[in-house]
Design a protein around this ligand. Structure first.
Ligand SMILES: CCCCCCCCC/C=C/C(=O)SCCNC(=O)CCNC(=O)[C@H](O)C(C)(C)COP(=O)(O)OP(=O)(O)OC[C@H]1O[C@@H](n2cnc3c(N)ncnc32)[C@H](O)[C@@H]1OP(=O)(O)O
Length: 280
């Protein structure tokens, strides 16, 4: 696939420009006034994180990083879903080479988002289970719309969130709360998430959520960017280093686990349930 990295200045209303048209499943729009980039996931129907969306996310994060944006706001083009998490079809009856590439790409996305030198915030404009929650908790701030759910529900699918999913969760929640929620595979409503501290604020519309994220990112305007970035990275260094050191091992563990017949059977039943629900 051709991936031109040319900055394309697209004529649009308002003081923002599309930074790249190279990727298909994400868009990046930079506000000329604030220098903040909005990274939007747009893979129908539910922003399921498949190999292609993960590749596009990584490309977009790298672009934002290298263009010295003042901040990154992660959001979704879907009106009710931020991200449904990992695309279960990638893990169900997987193809040998593709599933390796898939997991490796997920590791890449997490390393670059959680470790980003640019300040980050998530405008969570819809449901955000599992991998969706991973992306949101990898950011430094979260604003969520009402009547949606967020959480790491892996145990409900008979799968296990790896250590680095826990790291992001633990950077937001106290250990006791994080451990209990993970063991239960608990999904929190917006109100519950606010109460427990899993999100920082609520907003009544996507526009308001993006504005609140921008206001948070604006709090760094007078902080030396290098000092801020190095401080953030020191806080996150141990988590990032742990995955860097164990990447191969983590991949092998994932492959071993996901290929267990019982795990495949569980995923099949879960998928069946999702499809039945969709038909109702
Ligand atoms: C030791 C270490 C070892 C490591 C061990 C391994 C660790 C792995 C870690 C895993 C992390 C994950 O993210 S696992 C993924 C967890 N995600 C989830 O459980 C989300 C499940 N989905 C939902 O709850 C809902 O779909 C939700 C997102 C709220 C949207 O609800 P809606 O009513 O709006 O939409 P639906 O009708 O349900 O869905 C629309 C269509 O999208 C499909 N769909 C929905 N979610 C999907 C998904 N995640 N993957 C694929 N397809 C999905 C449905 O089947 C429908 O397909 P059609 O019927 O064909 O139209």
């Amino acid at each position: 696939m051709l991936r031109t990295k040319v900055l394309s200045l697209v004529a649009r209303s308002g003081p923002s420009r599309l930074m790249s048209t190279a990727t298909k499943l994400t868009t990046v729009e930079v506000n000329d006034k604030t220098g903040i980039a909005t990274l939007t996931m747009c893979r129908a129907p539910v922003n399921g994180l498949n190999l292609e969306l993960l590749k596009d996310l990584k490309t977009s994060i790298d672009e934002i990083e290298s263009n010295k944006s003042r901040g990154l706001i992660l959001t979704s083009s879907n009106a009710t879903i931020f991200s449904a998490g990992l695309d279960i079809m990638e893990m169900y009856n997987p193809e040998k080479e593709r599933i390796r590439a898939f997991w490796t790409q997920l590791q890449e996305v997490w390393l670059s988002l959680y470790g980003s030198s640019v300040p980050t915030a998530a405008a969570i404009n819809g449901h955000s289970p599992a991998g969706g929650c991973l992306l949101a908790t990898s950011c430094e701030y979260r604003v969520m719309l009402p009547k949606f759910t967020i959480g790491l529900n892996e145990t409900q699918l008979g799968i296990v969130a790896p250590k680095w999913f826990m790291s992001s969760f633990l950077s937001v929640l106290p250990q006791r709360q994080a451990e209990r929620a993970l063991n239960q595979g608990r999904m929190f409503s917006t109100e519950e998430a606010l109460q427990i501290g899993l999100i920082d604020e609520t907003a009544t519309s996507k526009e308001e959520a993006v504005e609140k994220c921008a206001a948070f990112l604006g709090t760094f305007a007078r902080v030396n960017p290098l000092a801020r970035a190095l401080t953030k990275q020191q806080f996150r260094a141990a988590d990032l280093q742990q995955l860097e050191n164990e990447r191969k091992d983590d991949l092998e563990k994932f492959l071993f686990f996901i290929n267990q017949p019982a795990v495949q059977k569980g995923l099949g039943i879960y998928l069946e349930g999702l499809k039945k629900k969709a038909k109702k």
